[in-house]
Design a binder for this molecule. Structure first.
Ligand code: SF4
Ligand code: SF4
Length: 428
């Protein structure tokens, strides 16, 4: 047990509070959420889900919806990260980084600035103060709604479309719906949302582990408590930490600061502390099978995702026999087979490509668009081609290759060239 009694004056002066660190953390995470859509890597968004092209843009890589398994791996990695952070730090996210807490803290700070006496999350305001608060809720709601849209429509495009009046109706719906939800939350719920409605808070009851970080009022130190109630008054969710761990606790540390301040006046250390687990093993309490298992799973999934995303071919080719055009005679002694190609350029930059067909090591005559074909960045294109071969050699296995203009193989598919169906014989 730590003994805090009889702290020196020097220690008293050096007393540190968590409040400024928590505020810095909240603003940093909020700024990150706002700034991420503006960040570009190689000209592309750091993180954006583009519904018009059905692609996820993440750290310079573009994942099309066809790469569904990569999407799923990405989601699985996010879920495991969420599990691990919750196992280790409990609801520290809620108290230190969650945008909901940051918004409510900001509302309460602004309310105090206009003279409202904030008490236990309630804002008893005059008519003028209420009007000012409503304007603040509206501004914050629109800001959050707009910020969310930027994760689907790049802000560089968003502002151009907004001023040009060409913003897609779906973006307006998303913005309006989000703003309405945030406005309702700020005007009516605020802290009540964290206590009663937040699914993460409910989830935490299942995830809390003997090694999880929590705020603790240690029973051994209870005799030092002077029952001043400062910890309860400081608590934004209105709980009494002296009654032990409660699901409503968002790990914000306000009670810790309040107690530290009260006890410092008595030249003593605070009674409330952050603790990993309840047995005083410190951060070593995190070294338990449950946390290790989730950490190992996260590392494995993140590794597979990184390798799979890194090794994806920059261009994809799929070939199907033309559904409407049957093989037919071409010139004398030759036949033509028709195919439909589906080309995908997974790179952000345009790619000139060649389509080359061979059979038995010899090139086949290919009838189709002029080559090289220029595929724009992230473009998907459908191309119809015909392959000409000697009638006498049919059926003939062939290879279709997608090549760079200097002959480097990008993708290939195997085909079978068929003889035209025999013409019906005229009745005698
Ligand atoms: S008990 Fe302490 S850490 Fe938990 S919500 Fe209340 S003030 Fe924050
Ligand atoms: S602030 Fe500290 S001393 Fe005061 S009631 Fe809470 S735990 Fe006890």
């Amino acid at each position: 047990m730590t003994h805090y009694s009889a702290l020196s004056t020097e220690h008293f002066k050096k007393l540190k509070f968590l409040g400024p660190w928590r505020t810095a953390c909240q603003w940093l995470s909020t700024l990150l959420v706002i700034i991420v859509p503006f960040v570009r890597i190689g000209g592309d968004s750091l993180l954006r889900l583009d519904f018009t092209t059905l692609t996820l843009h993440v750290a310079g890589t573009v994942l099309p919806i066809e790469a569904l398994w990569l999407f799923l791996l990405f989601c699985l990695a996010m879920i495991l990260l969420f599990l691990l952070v919750t196992l280790a730090f409990g609801r520290a996210w809620c108290g230190w980084a969650c945008p909901q807490t940051t918004l409510v803290d900001l509302v309460e700070w602004c309310a105090r600035k206009i003279g409202v006496k904030v008490s236990a999350g309630k804002l008893p305001a005059s008519t003028r103060q209420r009007l000012l608060l409503q304007l603040l809720y509206l501004f914050l709601a629109l800001l959050v709604g707009t910020n969310l849209v930027w994760y689907f429509v790049s802000p560089y495009v968003f502002f151009a479309q907004l001023t040009g009046g060409t913003l897609h109706w779906a973006a307006w719906v998303l913005l309006g719906f989000t703003a309405a939800v945030v406005y309702t939350d700020l005007a009516l719920l605020r802290r009540l949302f964290c206590k009663e409605f937040c699914p993460y808070g409910r989830f935490q009851t299942v995830l809390v582990d003997p090694g999880t970080l929590t705020l603790r009022y240690h029973p051994d130190e209870a005799p030092r408590c002077i029952r001043c109630g400062a910890c309860v008054r400081a608590c934004p969710t209105g709980i009494d930490i002296r009654n032990g761990y409660q699901i409503e606790c968002i790990n914000c540390g306000r009670c810790l600061d309040a107690c530290r301040e009260v006890m410092a006046r008595r030249r003593q250390g605070g009674i409330i502390r952050y603790t990993f687990g309840l047995e005083g093993r410190g951060v070593r309490a995190l070294l338990n099978p449950r946390t290790a298992l989730v950490a190992a799973a996260l590392l494995a999934v993140a590794g597979i995702l990184a390798v799979a995303a890194g090794e994806r071919a920059p261009l994809a080719l799929k070939v199907a026999r033309n559904a409407t055009l049957m093989p037919r005679p071409a010139d004398t002694g030759q036949a033509i087979n028709f195919f439909t190609l589906h080309l995908v350029n997974r790179e952000r930059l345009p790619q000139p490509v060649l389509i080359v067909a061979t059979a038995d090591g010899f090139p086949l005559e290919l009838r189709g668009p002029a080559q090289p074909i220029i595929l724009e960045g992230n473009e998907k294109r459908r191309i119809d081609i015909g392959l000409v071969a000697s009638l006498g050699k049919l059926p003939l296995p062939a290879t279709l290759e997608l090549q760079t203009t200097d002959g480097h193989l990008l993708a290939s598919e195997q085909l079978l060239l068929l003889a035209p169906p025999a013409a019906p014989t005229a009745p005698d």
